[in-house]
Design a protein around this ligand. Structure first.
Ligand code: ZN
Length: 205
């Protein structure tokens, strides 16, 4: 899937899409960075922890796309993310451990073609913490107004609570051998259901 294909697919779903060689705020991924959710809100973690790759629901993206629906499937995924040099994480918010929009859609069967997990947010959090993963607590409301889809391997953007956007480091798909086209559709579905105002994609190549 080329960046142009991706832009066209998004436009076909009613998005605006543009392709960029770079964008202000692009940074290299840091070894202390959380493999974290695309969510644009402010985190209780800070500094280099914000310089990890961003995926749908953090490590839940890997589980969902591989059809790994049991709690016991999280342990090897946490280990795999660690081996690749990132800090595995999931998150909640003021509403508790189901505060991740992607996890909520996945768990309640609202993502077409993706079967829901057999556990809830609280159980997922406990399992990931027990495997030495991280749990983020995000504050405030969603105000994302665009979506960065970053295809440049090894780079990311920090969340900016004062100018919120979703950050999807889509290069992660290749690193974890996930199907990029399916992943892009899942990301589009998630944004469309949670935050139609953010259906503006800036694709970084
Ligand atoms: Zn989330």
């Amino acid at each position: 899937m080329t960046p142009q294909d991706l832009a066209k697919a998004l436009e076909g779903r009613g998005w605006k899409a543009s392709i960029h060689k770079s964008l202000k705020g692009l940074v290299k991924v840091h070894p202390d960075g959380l493999f974290k959710c695309v969510d644009g809100r402010e985190s209780d973690h800070a500094g280099d922890a914000m310089r990890g790759p961003k995926a749908l629901g953090g490590i839940y993206a890997i589980a969902a796309l591989r059809g790994k629906r049991e709690l016991k499937h999280l342990k090897p995924i946490v280990a795999e993310v660690r081996r690749k040099g990132y800090v595995p994480s999931v998150h909640g918010d003021d509403h508790g451990s189901i505060g991740c929009g992607f996890f909520k859609l996945w768990q309640t069967g609202q993502l077409p073609g993706v079967r829901p997990p057999n556990y809830d947010g609280a159980a997922g959090r406990e399992e990931i913490l027990s495997q030495d993963g991280a749990y983020e607590w995000l504050k405030g409301g969603h105000e994302e107004w665009f979506t960065i889809i970053n295809l440049r391997s090894g780079t990311t953007f920090r969340p900016n609570p004062n100018d919120q956007r979703f950050v999807l480091d889509a290069w992660v798909a290749q690193e974890f051998k996930l199907p990029l086209a399916e992943y892009a559709v899942l990301a589009a579905e998630t944004v469309e259901r949670l935050r139609p105002a953010a259906m503006v994609a800036k694709i970084i190549v």
